[in-house]
Design a protein around this ligand. Structure first.
Ligand code: GLP
Length: 260
């Protein structure tokens, strides 16, 4: 796991966007794993800028979302399908037919999850997966206790996550209790994982998953087992890390050709 501590969100967005741009230049039909939440928004804005200036094309890119609420009506403003469309894919030249996510409005949720896994396989898997992290260490919507080998399935949210996400809804009561999410095993199949965390409210989760034991109680800790996981942090999110100085030194002295 590579930990990179950067001064602010725009530096984080630039580093993540550079990795995505390099990938697309190498492989124009790259498969991107798209996350919601506030953490990846700066990256999306930066990629939109690069696309609109004509330098970067998403024409052949394929996108897969991580997760979705169950029970929100199709087209609901806070459904992750709509958020990804609004925040990212409507603003770039990607083919909307090439973007999909787990279907939280399906009549048969297990069948929809299996179909989603099949679509991921058929696309050849995710090349680069963007992630945020919840205050309880969840990635996607894999709450504490999720099997480290799990695949796309339905989950129940813990109260803290519902409270954290209530800022996007009119009231806490409107936040669904159920979600569908790529499993930890599904996420781990991505060839490169780039997790972004900013702000002091993430410091404890970051400490737990980066430097604590690999354990289902902190889902993101499974990333310690991934051969190519990059964690991009601001100073506040990194404030609980024991080895922060070592991570800073390593990144500052990294050969430029290496990228993340
Ligand atoms: C939600 C999403 C996660 C996201 C998390 C953190 O629960 N399902 O994918 O990482 O929120 O969100 P934020 O980046 O807004 O802190």
């Amino acid at each position: 796991m590579e930990v990179v501590i950067l001064p602010d969100q725009s530096a984080i967005a630039a580093v993540a966007a550079d990795a995505i741009e390099a990938l697309i230049r190498r492989k124009p039909a790259a498969v991107l794993g798209l996350a919601t939440g506030s953490s990846p928004l700066g990256v999306y804005d930066e990629l939109v800028k690069r696309c609109q200036s004509g330098g970067l094309s998403f024409a052949d890119v394929v996108g897969f979302a991580l997760d979705e609420y169950v029970g929100l009506p199709v087209g609901h403003r806070q459904s992750y399908r709509e958020v990804i469309r609004r925040e990212f894919t409507d603003r770039i030249n990607i083919d909307p037919a090439k973007v999909q996510g787990p279907d939280g409005a399906a009549g048969d949720i297990p069948a929809a999850c299996a179909a989603f896994e099949e679509a991921l396989r058929a696309a050849g898997g995710v090349d680069l997966q963007l992630l945020g992290v919840g205050t309880d260490g969840h990635i996607g919507f894999n709450e504490p206790g999720s099997s480290l080998a799990s695949r796309t399935r339905i989950k129940s949210l813990v109260d803290q996550t519902r409270r954290d996400n209530s800022r996007f809804f009119d009231s806490l009561d409107d936040v669904p209790h159920h979600v569908v999410t790529q499993g930890l095993g599904t996420i781990m199949d991505a060839r490169h994982i780039v997790l972004i965390a900013t702000g002091a409210q993430k410091a404890r989760a970051v400490h737990d998953f980066v430097e604590g034991p690999v354990a289902a109680i902190c889902a993101a800790s499974v990333l310690q087992l991934h051969p190519h996981a990059t964690v991009l942090l601001d100073e506040a999110a990194a404030s609980g890390l024991k080895l922060a100085d070592y991570y800073r030194h390593t990144y500052a002295n990294k050969p430029a050709w290496q990228g993340i």
